[in-house]
Design a protein around this ligand. Structure first.
Ligand code: NAD
Length: 437
């Protein structure tokens, strides 16, 4: 297939390279010249395991090119739209400026019979509106909505071998043709029996936000249990293990900690609330506001724990922050709980020194007031407290005995419950986890 991918960020760059890796001819388009220059040279503009390798092999095969010029989509039949849908400043709703601009820029280049495929996460009703916009310009082109479920850190694997495919298509022949084109694009995954749900636009749009709302709720549920554990002396980790053995509940996504962040869950649940209110059904997802509030309280809880253990205030105390990315194996700091906690501690007068294997550059651009080091030893040197905020392997495997020699005060706050409390306590540390005695 000849494919274009509009928007080459965390989703689009991986999609473009993966589709080329699968044998399709792909052109990636973005308005960010620096990003397109990097991608064209085989450099991934962000950290994603496996992306540089497939990027370089796809470029070498000649099946992958990048451009800032929309005219370059002319040779393609299927056009994926993967631009950002961030939260509007000062509002809960999603900002559709980029999606609308991308479709408007694409439309003049569509040939008869071309298929536009939405991948961005959008409020329900967006596809119907975009479809009308496309139809007004070209009555033979059509639209499908094909939400993306990739996880940063596993994005290449998730794109090449997705756990399901969802096609939102119009009724009738147009929809059948759209499904057939998407089946060609995803032929490799379909051969491996990947489940495929073919449905209407509204359902496809809702599938994505419902999935993220469910995941966010699961995380906030266990964090709510952590809050109760904290005032009752219970251990939320054992609780999660015990309820997780029930297959109807399941253990995954039941890790209490500093909460969720990133470029998806927080803004998606807020956009869902805003859209539900527009549709007159705000009460149906009113619980998502509570999910959000529980999540944000966990950041405060970490700050409070540091304060409590340092005698009530952190002013001039050296705090080593381990982790800045919103999750391990990513450099993404969008709405990162880790970075938020680092900034809060800095604001309270602590001498914060932060480290992260991949997210320092992005963090420094956003918060130049913080001190960063790429060396864990430098970060923890003479620290009054260490706070683990992203569960990178490097941090999970730290040696408490060796580390105790380097700090002024052996205090560790485990914001991700990713360390073994017994091991740290035996080595002489004061260990505080989230929802653990
Ligand atoms: P991103 O900010 O990393 O990438 C968006 C890209 O679109 C940027 O490179 C930007 O320059 C480009 N862009 C903006 N306007 C454009 C235009 N008019 N024409 C061409 N390019 C344009 O965002 P992302 O994380 O890749 O997310 C993109 C969408 O995918 C969002 O709707 C998001 O919710 C959804 N999504 C993301 C993930 C994820 O893990 N990142 C997973 C599933 C779904």
């Amino acid at each position: 297939m000849k494919i274009s991918v509009i928007g080459c960020g965390y989703l689009g760059a991986v999609h473009a390279a993966s589709m080329a890796e699968l044998g399709h001819d792909v052109v990636g388009i973005d308005i960010d010249e620096a990003k397109i220059a990097a991608l064209s040279e085989g450099r991934a503009p962000f950290f994603e395991p496996g992306l540089p390798e497939i990027l370089q092999s796809a470029l070498a095969s000649g099946r992958l090119t990048f451009s800032t010029d929309f005219a370059a989509v002319g040779g393609a039949t299927v056009h994926f739209v993967a631009v950002g849908t961030p939260q509007k400043p000062g509002e809960y709703a999603a900002d559709l400026t980029y999606v609308n601009a991308a479709v408007d820029a694409l439309v003049p280049h569509l040939k008869d019979g071309d298929l536009v495929v939405g991948k961005s996460t959008v409020p329900v009703g967006t596809a119907a509106a975009l479809s009308a916009r496309i139809y007004a310009n070209n009555q033979t082109a059509s639209l499908a909505w094909n939400p993306e479920f990739l996880r940063e850190g596993f994005a290449v694997k998730d794109t090449i071998s997705p756990d399901r495919l969802v096609y939102g298509v119009p009724a009738g022949e147009t929809g059948e043709r759209a499904s057939a084109l998407l089946d060609e694009v995803y032929a490799a995954a379909l051969q491996n029996d990947t489940p495929r749900v073919v449905t209407d636009f509204a359902t496809a749009e809702l599938v994505k936000v419902a999935a993220n709302a469910f995941l966010a709720t699961k995380i906030s549920f266990i964090n709510a249990m952590a809050e109760i554990a904290e005032v009752s002396g219970a251990d939320v980790t054992s609780l999660a293990d015990a309820i997780g053995y029930d297959a109807r509940i399941g253990r995954r996504f039941l890790n209490a900690g500093v909460g969720f962040g990133g470029g998806c869950l927080p803004k998606d649940i807020r956009a869902f609330s805003a859209r539900a209110e527009e549709l007159g059904r705000g009460e149906s997802v009113a619980f998502l506001k509570e999910v959000d509030a529980i999540n944000l309280r966990r950041r405060q809880r970490v700050v409070d724990l540091v304060k409590e253990e340092l005698g009530g205030q952190v002013y001039k105390k050296k705090v080593a922050v381990l982790g800045l990315a919103f999750k391990p194996d990513s450099d993404d700091i969008r709405d990162s709980p880790a970075l938020d906690v680092a900034v809060q501690l800095h604001g309270l007068g602590a001498e914060v020194v932060a480290t992260d294997p991949e997210a320092i550059e992005n963090s420094r651009k956003r918060h130049p007031q913080l001190l960063f080091t790429d060396n864990i030893d430098t970060a923890v040197n003479r620290a009054d407290a260490i706070v683990v905020l992203t569960e990178w392997k490097q941090f999970r495997e730290l040696d408490p005995v060796a580390l105790a020699e380097k700090v002024d005060n052996p205090l560790i706050i485990d914001g991700r419950n990713c360390l073994d409390p017994g091991r740290w306590r035996t080595a002489g540390w004061t260990y505080r986890g989230m929802g653990r005695p």
